[in-house]
Design a protein around this ligand. Structure first.
Ligand SMILES: [Zn+2]
Length: 255
């Protein structure tokens, strides 16, 4: 079995004590490739260092996560745009909108998101998109910018069937993670209506562990539990789910 974790923060301090073991556990579990989305200016160095330690099984993305968009975001974006010129990044992420805790920087978040969509277009790179409490804004902005060239993953998708269909129509993939295994997640109820060629898997480690690890630190090896749940929903073998979702990721991220 070969799975790809399309969204994992294994470079974070939560893994400082056992990063190598965590990567080993991932490989042993069949999660053979880890895609690392950036968060803010401070996470670039640890992400690069992690990639240097595990060059064969990690790939990086560059972007500013919406919750980290603050007053200085223009300067941060200018540095990230320069960093992207190094041509070592397979995508723009994670970027997006998050109005869950705080809408202080709503205007700035919208501007930062559109700026980074522009990078993706210019460089022909796929996106890893974070969206929380912002579906209306998100759909409108993606619609406005979609000229056929934008593609990517709606990371940690937990929305309604109607929202899923809007993203699919806009040409995006849905990134399913540990939440899909949680009892209260509504995605399970309609997922069988979503074409599998638009699904990719992720952990968002260290967050959002799947059952039976819920409440513990998440790690890429746990993604197998999400794959099992999805296999159950589609009434397929977990190996088939692995094959299809891995093919989707390879096509989307050109890896
Ligand atoms: Zn993330």
């Amino acid at each position: 079995m070969h799975l790809i974790d399309t969204h994992t923060h294994i470079y974070g301090p939560e893994f400082d004590l056992d990063r190598e073991e965590a990567v080993k556990r991932a490989l042993e579990a069949g999660v053979g490739m880890l895609l690392l989305p950036n968060v803010d200016a401070s996470t670039i160095a640890p992400m690069l260092a992690t990639h240097e330690c595990f060059p064969d099984c990690t790939r990086m993305m560059m972007g500013l996560q919406p919750e980290e968009v603050k007053g200085d975001y223009k300067q941060v974006l200018a540095n990230m745009e320069k960093e992207l010129e190094r041509d070592i990044y397979i995508g723009v992420g994670e970027i997006g909108l998050d109005f869950y805790w705080d809408t202080t920087f709503e205007k700035e978040q919208l501007d930062a998101f559109e700026t980074q969509l522009g990078w993706a277009k210019q460089l022909g790179l796929p996106l890893s998109i974070h969206c929380r409490n912002a579906f209306g804004f998100m759909a409108r902005i993606l619609e406005k910018h979609q000229d056929g060239s934008l593609k990517g993953v709606m990371h940690c998708f937990t929305g309604t069937e109607e929202e899923a269909k809007v993203y699919l129509e806009l040409g995006f993939h849905l990134g399913l993670g540990g939440v899909t295994t949680h009892k209260n997640c509504g995605v399970k109820d309609y997922l069988h209506n979503i074409p599998l060629n638009r699904i990719v898997l992720e952990t968002d480690a260290p967050y959002l562990s799947p059952v039976p690890h819920r409440g513990k630190r998440n790690e890429p090896a746990f993604m197998v539990e999400t794959a099992k749940k999805i296999a159950e929903i589609y009434e397929m073998l977990v190996q088939e789910i692995a094959e299809i979702t891995t093919r989707n990721v390879k096509t989307l991220f050109k890896i």
